[in-house]
Design a protein around this ligand. Structure first.
Ligand code: PAF
Length: 282
């Protein structure tokens, strides 16, 4: 694997005869890599000629400075894992490389997709995500880009941005990788104690129960039952539990024929904010 830290270095690398004119699959990350990232790389490997990964903790998507400061950093382990996963090129830029001082951040029009859930709880978060993803797309120039479905709203927003700006990049969503107790794999899990990781399995079981109740009880009751279950996680606080239709992410309270719906959950466990989701009717 070739490791590059500047745009010039990346461009020189991609121009080498062994990489030139090949189909690039791109996996953008903030590091602290885990099996979920490997799933993205594996799919990119299957569908493209080469895989480029980036590791960049994007300051513009954090609305809370403490959250930014405490974001896990495991660069040496990340490099080993990327080598094992057969990543071809790693791009690890500085903040100045991605966001030069003279360049202003863009404001993206996201059709209201950015106003609910994560967008409501973390103002400016999605504009920051769009700025970094758009910028990385311009640098890496991939044909396909892979994102995890764990960040359901992020995936919808990146898909929207890419279509809106006609970027010509295919956005591929990949299934959420889970621990054996169902906890979604996430870089933030590194901040949890072993006990909290085990307790947080309730997040997935509460969503699975919701799915199994879908034909039996009404949406508000399903949400209430999930909240009651989630409240049993020690040292936790629910941020939101909602059921939404999947196109505009509008919360729903009554099901409509043919509507695809998803349960979206955000819970603080030991003060670490965990998000997850489950499609309820597919
Ligand atoms: O999902 C993430 O890790 C980040 O939001 C992303 C897409 C790499 C942008 O910084």
């Amino acid at each position: 694997m070739q490791v590059t830290t500047t745009i010039v270095e990346y461009q020189k690398t991609i121009e080498q005869t062994s990489f030139k004119n090949l189909k690039i699959g791109f996996v953008a990350t903030m590091g602290a890599l885990h099996q979920g990232h490997v799933t993205l790389i594996d799919l990119a490997k299957k569908e493209c000629d080469i895989v480029v990964c980036s590791i960049f903790i994007n300051p513009t998507q954090f609305n809370n400075p403490d959250d930014f400061a405490s974001y896990p950093k495991t660069i040496d382990k990340d490099i080993t894992l990327l080598q094992q996963a057969n990543c071809d090129i790693l791009f690890v830029p500085s903040v100045e490389e991605v966001f030069p001082k003279e360049q202003k951040l863009k404001t993206y029009s996201l059709n209201g997709l950015d106003l609910l859930f994560e967008g409501e709880k973390r103002p400016g978060h999605f504009n920051g995500v769009c700025n970094v993803v758009h910028r990385l797309f311009q640098i890496i120039e991939p044909q396909k880009a892979y994102f995890g479905k764990k960040d359901f709203q992020q995936l919808a927003i990146i898909q929207h941005m890419s279509n809106q700006l006609n970027l010509g990049i295919e956005i591929v969503g990949c299934e959420t990788a889970r621990e054996t107790n169902g906890l979604a794999k996430s870089s933030r899990n590194l901040l949890l104690s072993e006990k909290a990781k085990s307790d947080a399995g309730i997040i997935y079981s509460s969503m699975k129960e919701a799915k199994s109740e879908l034909e039996k009880i009404e949406i508000p009751e399903i949400i209430l039952a999930a909240k009651n279950k989630l409240q049993k996680i020690p040292n936790s606080k629910i941020d939101y539990v909602s059921i939404a239709e999947t196109s505009m992410l509008e919360p729903i309270y009554k099901r409509k024929e043919g509507q695809k719906i998803v349960m979206l959950v955000a819970v603080f466990v030991e003060n670490v904010r965990l998000i997850d989701n489950l499609m309820l009717n597919e």
